[in-house]
Every structure is written in C-alpha cells, then in structure tokens.
Design a protein around this ligand. Sequence first.
Ligand code: SAH
Length: 364
Amino acid sequence: MKPNVKDLSKEQFTSYLAERGQPSYRAAQVWQWLYQKRAVSFDEMSNLSGALRRQLAADLSISRPRIARQSESRDGTVKFLFELADGETIESVLIPEVHRLTLCISTQAGCGFGCAFCATALMGLKRNLRASEIVDQVLEASRTLDGERRITHVVLMGMGEPLANYTQTVQALEVLTDATWGIGISPRRMTLSSVGLVPQIQKLMEETRVNLAISLHAANDELRDKLMPVNRKYSLKQLIDCCRSLPIPRRKRITFEYVLLNGVNDSEQDARELCRLLSGVRCKVNVIPFNPHPGSSFERPGESDISRFGQILLEQGFQVNVRRPRGDDIQAACGQLSVLSSETVSNERWRVEDTSHSLPLTPH
Ligand code: SAH
C-alpha cells in the first residue's frame, strides 16, 4: 500500500519534495489541489510537470472514503455514514443554521471512554482515525453541497475522544485551518470537545487556537465518576484547576457541556452545585437535554425542569445556552452517533471497567 498523501504533515510533504529536488512552492500547489480544489488524482494537477505527477502517483495515493449512507432530517440536518479503507465506519453531521453551516466530525471509530449515557460508548473503541480520515469528512461533505454553500464551522464532537487521538487530530487541524495551503476554516470557527484529559488539554491550548469545550455533566466527583469513568483518572478539581490556568485570550471562553438526565443531574441542587464549581471561571454553559437512543435507560427531563436548570445558571450570571436537538429523527443529535444496529444496541448493557458502581443510576 502506498502512503496516503493526506497523512503527511506540511513539513513531511515539503521534505519529501525537497529530497526529490523540488522547490517548496510545489508542496503548496499540491496541497491547494487536494484541499482547495478537492482533487482526487495527481493527474488533475495541471500546473505540475507530467514527470512530477507520475512520480507522485508512483509513490503516494489519495484517499477517498465512500459515503455509505446519507440521511436528511426534516430540520435539514444531514448525517453521513463513511466507510473507510479497512471497512470501519464513522459518522459526520452537517447542521445548517441561518448564518452558518456546521460540520460535526469524528476523530475515532467508536470510543473507549464509556460515558454512561452516550450511544458511541456502546461500540467500544474500534480504532483512532488517521489525519486524512478526519480531514476527508470535511472534503466529502463539502462535495455534496451545491452552488456557493460552504462549511463555515467545524466541531470535533462526533464519535470518539479527539484528545485520545492527539497527534492525528492536531495534524488534521493544521490542514483544516491553514488559509494558504489548506481548507482555510478559521480556528475561531472550530471547537474541540473533550471528556477532560487534563495534560492533553494543556498541550492543545499551547499548540492551537481552536475553541475548547469540556463535557462536564456533573458537579461532584461521586456522580461524575459514575457518569464518566474518566473522572476517576482526572478529578473535577484537577479539571477545573486546569481550566482556570489555561492561557485563554480575554475575549474567549471555555464551553462546558452539561447533558441533562432526568432525575440524575437535573435538580435545583445540582444547578447550584454547578454554579459553585464554575464560579470565577470565564465560561459559557451548554445545557443539552439528553437525546434518547436505543440501549439507554436514561430519560430527558421535562420542559419545566430543563428551563428551571438553565434559569438558575442565568440568575447566577452565567452565559447559558439550552441546546435544542437537531436531527434527532435520523439519530444524528448529540450522543446518538453509533454505527451499531439498533437491535445490537438494545440487547447490550453498557459497561464500565470498574464494576464497584452499580449502574444504571437510580433517580434521586
Ligand atoms: N468525546 C468528546 C467528544 C464528543 S462530543 C466529549 O465527550 O466531549 C459529544 C457531546 O455530546 C458530549 O458532550 C457528550 O457528552 C454529549 N452526549 C453524549 N451522549 C448524549 C446524549 N445521549 N444526549 C445528549 N448529549 C450527549
């Protein structure tokens, strides 16, 4: 198998060409063909000599994942199922809004973090995606758009934990954000969401300028340990201390995501505990009412509980956004991404490595 040109970083590709006596602007030309004109063969790259095109084709391949399924929700949300070269499948979701078109992309096939309420967790981790496979989701989704429509925002909130696949994810971010050579989406329009891997969060904030979202979902360790097993490794104190110390520019804020689970983390007391935990952190809070999926016994709270929760945060001076589900009729809403068939999922109980906690949680 020839290496995929889209798996080479800018630096690696530039030195590959330099070793063959090519000037560095050739690397820029090839990248522009790949990422701006979305070329699928070296043959198309008409500003390169025939000899160079033949050499590239002899050494390298250009990946093209197959769209195995494309479904459109009644609200205009589109879900793509991609089949990768080895047969693994991943999903991306295109979310049209009035002034933006957001693509939600995956960074792993499946996920190994076992969050109690998440559909992807039921798959377990299949494997990390390569940088090319992360970028290809944007390229292929873009190809389906007509006329002048362009993807304006990218969120790394699909399947998987981006910071558990750090190197490939950051390499993909380089291509997605590079305005001269690459796809050219501003890092201000990109958000990476993490379960809270403290060392990698620090590294990411030093190395990139993308926005950071953190999945919190509980305001005390006892509950967060149960909902998100990762909390046993990085406690809330470590996570919030890390957030307080990040070098975030004054005009930017960290986003905290809080999925509301009926009778589990949605009480008035939970809201007040969350306010105390986040007090003094420059942040905004995205409250996400739970999106049900086969295989989970959690429930979405009623409307009045959802608004009471949001209201308490607002009264305490937090910037709050209660998220409405998009694409839930095609199982494309937050936490519904899973390429297991619904029969497989509904027969399976979700698992955690440490069985000392008896779950599913009983409502309090
Ligand atoms: N692994 C990263 C990226 C996934 S982002 C992370 O956890 O942050 C997906 C977001 O949707 C996370 O905040 C996740 O906790 C949330 N989520 C998962 N399952 C959900 C569900 N069923 N309903 C609503 N939100 C859910």
